[in-house]
Ligand binder design. Sequence first.
Ligand SMILES: Nc1ncnc2c1ncn2[C@@H]1O[C@H](COP(=O)(O)OP(=O)(O)OP(=O)(O)O)[C@@H](O)[C@H]1O
Ligand SMILES: [Mg+2]
Length: 478
Amino acid sequence: MRDIGYSLETALADIIDNSITAGATTIDLFTKLDGSDTKVGIVDNGSGMSEEELLTAMRIGSRNPREERPEADLGRFGLGLKTASFSQCRKTTVISRKAGVTVAAIWDLKLVADTDEWIVQMPDNPEELPWVEHLGESGTIVVWEHLDRIIENIDFGPDITNFVERIDDSLAHVELVFHRYLVREGSHPKISIRLNGKDLSPFDPFHSTHPATITGPIEKIKVGDKTVSVQTFTLPHHKKVSTDDWELHAGPAGYVKNQGFYVYRERRLIIHGTWFRLARQTELTKLARVRIDMPNGMDAEWKIDVMKASAQPPRQVRDRLRRIIETIGANSKRVYSGAGTRLVSENKLPVWNRMQNKNEVSYQLNTDHPVLMNFSQKLPEYLRDDYRRILDIAGSGLPVDSLFADFGTDPNGVNVGSTSDDSLFHAVNTIYVHLKNSGMSHEDVITVMEVAEPFRSTWERTEEIISRIIEKDDSNGV
Ligand SMILES: Nc1ncnc2c1ncn2[C@@H]1O[C@H](COP(=O)(O)OP(=O)(O)OP(=O)(O)O)[C@@H](O)[C@H]1O
Ligand SMILES: [Mg+2]
């Protein structure tokens, strides 16, 4: 049971589930660092349990998974409290207060192993147990001790250097999983979750308050007498958000891995970052995230696991989801390639041409570009073929793979390459004169050059060079 696959973060989330189900409005996580005696405590102000209820709660499989539960109940198996705790520690104490009576019960796996009996201890001094002073009128505390799965070498020289970091990392997961509880949502009150007194802040994976996020309509899918709602979000293109915001919403795994469905059961996130094998996670759809809300009576259909960390959509929902992916795919592609497409279509002076041949795309240097053309015209006849071959090689040698990878990981960090003053001067000069000579007005030339690289990204310098050219022309009486 200790090894059914919980991580620290899924285990914490499972304990928090219980507090939320018990109607808690504040949940306090505490840590006490003390070598091998280091402890974690989760204190809530929920309904609490009587002695009888506590004893039942300590039983493994305390409830029947098939039993219908009230709407706000996040539990299902009657296992979470035990399995989540056992996965992280060898001693679990639950202290609970209800109607003025404080009771406690302990699962100590060492005692269980030593006696070969399933013995739950009931200490008679519950008021002296850790963090009891934080209990209000009613509520529950879960204390994890002997944290052999979190603390390395707990029996021979415990190493707690990573402990705080590991707790912090798991709280990022808690901020995501319970983000809709950490804010007021509709008629649901906001709850607060704190670590050692400091409030956790909700992490909204859809960036739904940002004006550049494209929010789709809510679609309802009926399955029997239950309703699943689906809503699509396309996150803002990186040009529309600050670098910090871009990084934040990328998450540690990055946009590509975090695209996909986000399945919530009673507003609690179960699984995210997957298209359930209905589509692939591609670079082009990386900004797409789809929120799925399901009620708690559909656990069997969705194959919810004990850890509340995986799910599979039922057949009736799959077909609709597939169609939804198609539409959001188109949206996301538009946002994602937005800047690129515009550049190609608006830019009348591309250095590169994008060539599409049926399903193949290739890039070639644009030999009609005034700078290139100008140069080739100056070349003696016998060098022109060589020159053309050089351009061909440069085009076919474009490192598309690595550009794609770099752009995928950090679009803002990809620098288009700086143009030296001398080259820029030469390019501005050639193009300005070339376009003017072709009969365009000054304003039209500016419009064309403004959106063309390398001028677009060096516009200040470019303008300066243009004004110098004009001055020179004026003084020459042209
Ligand atoms: N913080 C708490 N406050 C009040 N009651 C609790 C609390 N934690 C657990 N309980 C009681 O203990 C029972 C067992 O909890 P446990 O997490 O093991 O199972 P569950 O929540 O019913 O289902 P699941 O296995 O899906 O989590 C709960 O059903 C609830 O009645
Ligand atoms: Mg539970």
